[in-house]
Design a binder for this molecule. Structure first.
Ligand SMILES: Cc1ncc(COP(=O)(O)O)c(C=O)c1O
Length: 383
């Protein structure tokens, strides 16, 4: 018997090694990776420079508690602020980053109501799950944290109907990831921000899947001409080392006074040395321009493949975060399995969306290889 809880639906193979944008399973089968370990391995696998900083730090000191200064946290926080007046709190995962954001928003405003959106995903801990606008994720876990309200994504009137001076925060993903790779409309996001300003409400952007270069800018919010009060990161920040961050405007700093929040492992030295290097490497104009170009190459290639395929309903996304909407869950499962057999690892988002999140280091040639496999499988008779 397995001594694990069966809370994950696992495929019957194990990935045992990786290099750059490719993985190998226990039987020696090789895969081109269009998953990045669910948006985590933005710099690919077994990166020599990241291996080096991690092993240097491992040979020096693994962990110190947050009772002492930590220059690696200071360095990473400065890099994440990206020249603006933002301050960081470090934790170990996306859900924890969102917990911190929810707690800060309530403490800073003295209000409790938080508005989030239908089909959003913010994590599995109680606060983050309560923020998540999906009944299937709440099922069996009542009572949830009170005072979360869910309104339709990309629609302004339902938000106007509920936002008021008692609202602490509005929280959203700029591309709903788990919800099906659904980008927010730029004009809508700006209206949301304007409403937040009108009612003195904090705007929280969940960049856990969209941040760290994934959409072609270092943060996705940069493409929306907004300035979040709070935003959250995890996934790609540590390129596989567990780390999350909650980043807020400096004027909110005083509300997280000593003793108000914390984490034993948060900002751990191993995580911080890698995170600082990841941010340094990805937040470079040349690197981000390449992500945009590769995103366009993949998107255009997909449009060509699906233009005559009546079974594909839509292709959408930004940068290297792309979703292909198919007719039904059965087709989606079939496609993911067939792509894997053909040597391409892909993801699902929701019930009907095939999600592509290749490492940002994917090459032009590898994108063409992936497109060839996708063409064969998407246009095969059975799909
Ligand atoms: C947008 C978003 N927020 C939060 C989370 C939760 O992150 P974690 O699984 O690290 O807790 C995820 C994970 O998929 C996510 O995509």
């Amino acid at each position: 018997m397995s001594h694990l809880f069966p809370n994950y639906q696992r495929k019957e193979f194990e990935l045992v090694k990786g290099s750059a944008n490719r993985l190998t399973d226990q039987k020696g089968k090789n895969y081109l990776d269009f998953t990045s370990g669910i948006g985590v391995m933005n710099l690919g696998y077994n990166d020599p420079e990241l291996n080096q900083v991690l092993s240097d730090q491992a040979n020096l000191l693994w962990h110190t508690p947050n009772l002492y200064e930590n220059h690696l946290q200071e360095q990473t926080a400065e890099l994440l602020a990206n020249g603006k007046d933002y301050v960081s709190y470090f934790c170990n995962s996306g859900a924890e980053a969102n917990e911190a954001a929810i707690k800060l928003a309530r403490k800073a405003t003295g209000k409790s109501q938080i508005i989030t959106f239908t089909n959003s995903f913010h994590g599995r801990t109680y606060g983050a799950m309560s923020a998540t606008g999906q009944a299937s994720i709440h099922a069996g876990f009542d009572p949830l944290v009170p005072d979360f309200i869910y309104v339709p994504f990309n629609e302004i009137e339902p938000l106007k109907a509920v936002i008021n001076h008692q609202t602490a925060a509005v929280m959203l993903e700029l591309i709903q990831g788990e919800g099906g790779v659904v980008p927010a409309k730029e004009s809508w996001v700006q209206e949301v921000q304007a409403l937040c300003h009108e009612f003195g409400v904090l705007l929280i952007i969940d960049e856990i899947q969209t941040g760290i270069g994934r959409t072609g800018s270092f943060y996705a919010y940069e493409q929306y001409q907004i300035e979040p009060d709070i935003f959250t990161l995890a996934k790609g920040l540590g390129n596989g080392i567990p780390v999350g961050a909650m980043i807020g405007k400096a004027e909110l700093a005083g509300h997280f006074s000593p003793g108000s929040h914390g984490s034993t492992f948060g900002g751990n030295k191993l995580a911080m040395c890698v995170a600082a290097k990841v941010v340094e490497r990805i937040n470079q104009p040349v690197f981000l321009q390449a992500v945009q170009a590769k995103g366009e190459q993949l998107f255009t290639g997909l449009l060509k493949i699906v233009e005559k395929n009546t079974k594909i309903k839509a292709v959408r996304g930004k940068g290297l975060m792309i979703g292909i909407e198919v007719e039904d869950p059965h087709t989606l499962n079939y496609l993911v399995d067939q792509l894997q057999i053909a040597g391409l690892l892909t993801l699902k988002a929701g019930q009907t969306v095939l999600r592509l999140l290749p490492p940002l280091t994917i090459t032009e040639e590898e994108i063409n290889q992936g497109l060839l496999i996708l063409e064969k499988v998407l246009n095969s008779e059975a799909s």
